[in-house]
Design a protein around this ligand. Sequence first.
Ligand SMILES: Nc1nc2c(c(=O)[nH]1)N[C@H]1C(S)=C(S)[C@@H](COP(=O)(O)OP(=O)(O)OC[C@H]3O[C@@H](n4cnc5c(=O)[nH]c(N)nc54)[C@H](O)[C@@H]3O)O[C@H]1N2
Ligand SMILES: Nc1nc2c(c(=O)[nH]1)N[C@H]1C(S)=C(S)[C@@H](COP(=O)(O)OP(=O)(O)OC[C@H]3O[C@@H](n4cnc5c(=O)[nH]c(N)nc54)[C@H](O)[C@@H]3O)O[C@H]1N2
Ligand SMILES: [Mo]
Length: 651
Amino acid sequence: MKDGAKIFVATCTRDCPSACGLLAHVEGDRVVKLTGNPDHPVNKGTICRKAPAFLRRFYSPERVLTPLRRRGDTFVPVTWDDALDEMADRLKACVATYGPESILYYMGFGERTALKIVNARFFAHLGGVTTLAGTLCGGTGYAAQSLDYGPRVSHDPLDILNARTIVLWGRNPVATQPGIMVHLREAKKRGARILLIDPRPCESVPLADLHIAPRPGRDAFLALAVARRIVDTGREDREFLAHRCDNLDAYLALLHRYSPEQLRRACDVEPDLVDALAEAYAAGRPTATLLGWGLHRFTLGHELVRAVDALGAVSGNIGIPGGGVSQGFEEWGPYDQEMWGEGLHPPRRKLLMPQIGREILAAKDPPIEMAVISAANPVCMAPNSNLVAKALDAVPFVVDMNLFLDDTAGHCDLFLPCAAFFEQRDIVASFGHNHVGPLLPAAPPPGQCRSQFDIFMDLARRFPFADAFIKSDEAWLRLILRPLLEQGVAWDDLWKGPVRIPNAPMVPWADGKFDTPSGRFQLLTDVAGCDDCRVATRYPYRLLTPGMAKHLCSERVPGDHGGPIVLAMAASEATRCGIADGGPARLVGELGSLPVTVRHDPALRPDVVCCERGGWIKAGQGINTIIPDMVSAVGQGTPYYEAVVDVERLP
Ligand SMILES: Nc1nc2c(c(=O)[nH]1)N[C@H]1C(S)=C(S)[C@@H](COP(=O)(O)OP(=O)(O)OC[C@H]3O[C@@H](n4cnc5c(=O)[nH]c(N)nc54)[C@H](O)[C@@H]3O)O[C@H]1N2
Ligand SMILES: Nc1nc2c(c(=O)[nH]1)N[C@H]1C(S)=C(S)[C@@H](COP(=O)(O)OP(=O)(O)OC[C@H]3O[C@@H](n4cnc5c(=O)[nH]c(N)nc54)[C@H](O)[C@@H]3O)O[C@H]1N2
Ligand SMILES: [Mo]
């Protein structure tokens, strides 16, 4: 209790690898302020600039406070009983008439807390419905790293304090992982050099001692060029390569398939920068590489990731403190995987998330008769979003569980208003570090909003499996958290603040043994051609749509944003096209076009244009309407950054 405000520990559940420890300051029935929890070993009391906006959003007049039922073109409020009765009747009718696979459960990335497993389990009790395969987020990196090391494990983020060199490779922590910045700054203060590899001048440039801006999607050639340089100058880690790796001959042959000049031209990086990077990896050891999610968003994203993993191996940076090629963590990893309930039914159909629109439309035997969407905004965030909208319109009954009437809600029949993160009790793990943290009901949900946990418990009362399913949140959490409790974590400690997952290593693979079939690291042996590819002339620019500092994906309200998308374009290119700084233009792709406002960027590559992801279609944005829906070759990821476009001057 301070200044009349009560303080509750909380953990940020926004879709961000930081999963920061927070303190929720409560006055009356409202959280009035969020601050960083100084006791959290990762974010150490810091908090990002988005946090005040979370509160503005959660308490905005646009938050939906009652269940809503579509009547024609509008929504009318209905009671929870009516809403859940109808939902239950529809679910039962689908199961009875067409079988459980006629129901699609689409779980998004809006909130991935432990109890969300119970939502999925509800559908398992129902008989196992159609769910999703692949991901809009990080599947490619996981799959690629798992080929090299065995199931992906990253260095604990606190291990970067042991690094002499830190390479941010397609990762932009200043904007997208602020919770780790305190350690990057500390490492820098202790003398570490930070190198950034990113085709665009992202927000992390000021943090870096050196910024290299390769051609997008060509990082594999940069990694090969650097490895080649290390080998040519005799600085490779021969011991590690000879005894800990498979495929050495094939990898060396790959390094020599092209000349150093061909390699560096394929990624369009100057020779002195290739040398500088080779120097950083070989002479600047230990070198910690943090791979981001930017590299995932290519059809051949696995090659980019694997080539950087191999560079880590060649340069002797695998398995050592301050080294490693690290990417993400498993946000569901600490839990009992049985609790998803997949063992309760035979294997069921999965639809590809990266192509969810066409997948829904193509589904037969049975067709999708009902969809339940939770914590997601696929009409805005999945590629080819007009097709996603069309597909949802073709589904006879769509339930959306969210807090706001976003682009996806516009295509639902029943809207169920959910609690915000600090309005419920739960446990949060992270995709960026090794701590779990608690959520406590600091303030009651406004209006009739309810936690998804409550909603599913209430819904289950209407089904024959009610007895097996209905339990308290504590009872479910004890089941889900069993692995943590068995590793010695005390239940009571989980509710006091952050707890480190006991068996998570600081430095994976330190014993030189890998979780691959042979027990050795797998060097990659091939990459697709390295032609000097300027993209097809009809669409001369590659469109990058990364997350930017101010907003998190599509979590906003219309008042927050709107009007034409702001498109960054190299000043030289824009001038050549006759488009003024701040001038209007049309962004044209294979799927259609959008009005944009062009911003001249003197530091951007001429073959790239970029804008923020996540602006709503409703607010006049919707970049994913022109991004084609493809699937990556490995890991069923979504290659958003394969999108190519033209920018047309408006008369
Ligand atoms: N503020 C904010 N924070 C966020 C998010 C957000 O939208 N806003 N989103 C959250 C989510 S869902 C995720 S998955 C993470 C993502 O976190 P990050 O890994 O930082 O992912 P991105 O912003 O997608 O991409 C990182 C960088 O990769 C660069 N990049 C693009 N193509 C290439 C390439 O070919 N080579 C190289 N070397 N770099 C490339 C982009 O320009 C971008 O600056 O962040 C989370 N945090
Ligand atoms: N063009 C382009 N598009 C991209 C990407 C890109 O790089 N470029 N990146 C992709 C990435 S990395 C990701 S992760 C996806 C994200 O894709 P989505 O998960 O579909 O999109 P979000 O915008 O994160 O939407 C999350 C939703 O969850 C809601 N929500 C938040 N908390 C809760 C809760 O507790 N309960 C419920 N029921 N709802 C809640 C929010 O209001 C929000 O509407 O988008 C992808 N889309
Ligand atoms: Mo993501």
